[in-house]
Design a binder for this molecule. Sequence first.
Ligand code: GNR
Ligand code: NI
Length: 185
Amino acid sequence: MALLPILEFPDPRLRKVAVDITEINDDIRKLAKDMIETMYDAPGIGLAASQVNVHQRLVVIDVSDDGDDPRVLINPSWEPLTDEMQNYQEGCLSVPEFYDDVARYSKIKLNALNENGETISEEAEGLFAVCIQHELDHLNGKLFVDYLSNLKRDRIRKKLEKKHRDDIKEALYTAQAKAKMAPQP
Ligand code: GNR
Ligand code: NI
């Protein structure tokens, strides 16, 4: 059991294109397990390996009401089953606390493997379809903010850059306070 740190926009590592997984072994199953734990802890309804700095084609999703139906998707792909798009107000664990509308295909066909190497081939609609398209974008180095105007994306980038500077200052301050409290040798 382990929580994994999540990369945040505009970290350039979120732009890497993930590679196919060639062997589904215990390392991959352990990564999937840690990603599910990290997703529930966040909390979120999906997580792509790219977000935890592992650039392999693995995502976990749980769009169930009770959060008790985690799905592992390995080497996933999708294709639209309709021209119809649905707008959904998206968020992302790598873009914390910003939400905006993104248009996605409303019905898609999903193909993937699960953690046991079994084939998954199913139709998806609603939030599940939105989430699959959002997670596949991550594996290809793309983020939901890329669908927004340059103005909105720049505003989000500046706010998160400030948050990251403040986070570092806070961590330094805490480390120094802790060092002062430590008994002298
Ligand atoms: O937790 C998440 N919620 C969400 C809401 C609307 C559309 C997509 C998502 S995915 C997101 C978790 C995440 O960042 N996955 O990459
Ligand atoms: Ni995301």
